[in-house]
Design a protein around this ligand. Structure first.
Ligand SMILES: Nc1ncnc2c1ncn2[C@@H]1O[C@H](COP(=O)(O)OP(=O)(O)O)[C@@H](O)[C@H]1O
Ligand SMILES: [Mg+2]
Length: 268
């Protein structure tokens, strides 16, 4: 069993296009955590995930992110990924001209000194496609090109299964999935968690998903800060009373409502 790890985010301030989005985030992700990351739209959840992963638009103006004693902010995107940080995107982009299976083989090969044998690769690809009920022919298509919303999300989960990250940041990985697919993805997350441990941070607006993944922690972000941490009962409270009860109880006057339920990093 590998050594235990910890990702510690301290007083993180982040701007995008000169606008401050994260305003002092403090969060620790421990090995073995399964965190439900909640918050109204447009309050900085995706920005936090992008910042941890190294998106160049997210400018860290102050604060730190450490993975054990490694300063994550000094690492490039691929170094962060090789360290074990994985981002399952809210809006995966379509890449014409790149065959999905070539991409998927490559994400394994860059982590090893010797490339995986084609036969072995197709074997694990087939096993994992079956796990997530993803038709095998999808691997022969261009990466995400003309995939449905649900297919794109499954392709993100497929990547996670192939590279077995230490920390999986899953950004609305369930949006666009039907209720059967949500059960499949939740089961895959839970099985991976049992088998490989590591940690998961899951942004979701679906009670069903949150109930199925059974998080050990719940955190809520409003206006670029983690304003509340709790346990599973917090999900029920939020689903019954909305985020307003948190705003009221903490006297938050900020009334941000993103009318477009979309990630700000989506291509225009
Ligand atoms: N380039 C930008 N200029 C101004 N505001 C931006 C820019 N990029 C992102 N934002 C704003 O950052 C906020 C946080 O977005 P995001 O992290 O996607 O929120 P969430 O994931 O919580 O829905 C949103 O209000 C969005 O409009
Ligand atoms: Mg988002």
């Amino acid at each position: 069993m590998a050594d235990k790890f910890k990702l510690v985010i301290k007083n993180l301030h982040v701007s995008v296009d000169k606008k401050e989005i994260l305003k002092g985030v403090n969060l620790t992700i421990n090995d073995g955590d399964k965190i439900a990351f909640l918050g109204p739209n447009g309050n900085g959840k995706s920005t936090l995930f992008f910042t941890i992963s190294g998106h160049p638009k997210c400018i860290v103006t102050s604060g730190t992110i450490f993975f054990n004693n490694i300063d994550v902010l000094k690492l490039s995107v691929d170094e962060r990924s090789k360290l074990g940080i994985f981002l399952g995107l809210q809006n995966p982009c379509e890449v014409a001209g790149i065959i999905n299976s070539d991409f998927l083989k490559n994400i394994i090969d860059v982590r090893n000194t010797v490339p995986i044998k084609l036969f072995d690769f197709y074997k694990i690809l087939d096993q994992n496609c079956k796990k997530i009920k993803f038709p095998f022919e999808m691997v022969h298509r261009n990466l995400n090109e003309n995939f449905s919303g649900g297919e794109k999300k499954r392709n993100e989960i497929l990547q996670m299964l192939l590279i077995k990250p230490k920390i999986a940041l899953l950004d609305e990985i369930d949006s666009g999935l039907d209720s059967d697919a949500i059960k499949v993805i939740a089961k895959v997350i839970n099985d991976e968690y049992k088998k490989n441990k590591g940690s998961f941070v899951i942004i979701s607006h679906y009670d069903k998903m949150l109930e199925l993944i059974n998080p050990n922690k719940v955190v809520v972000m409003i206006d670029g800060k983690i304003v509340m941490k709790g346990e599973k009962d917090l999900i029920k409270k939020i689903s019954e009373k909305g985020f307003d009860f948190i705003k009221n109880s903490l006297n938050i006057t900020h009334d941000k409502q993103d009318l477009v339920d979309e990630c700000c990093f989506k291509k225009k």
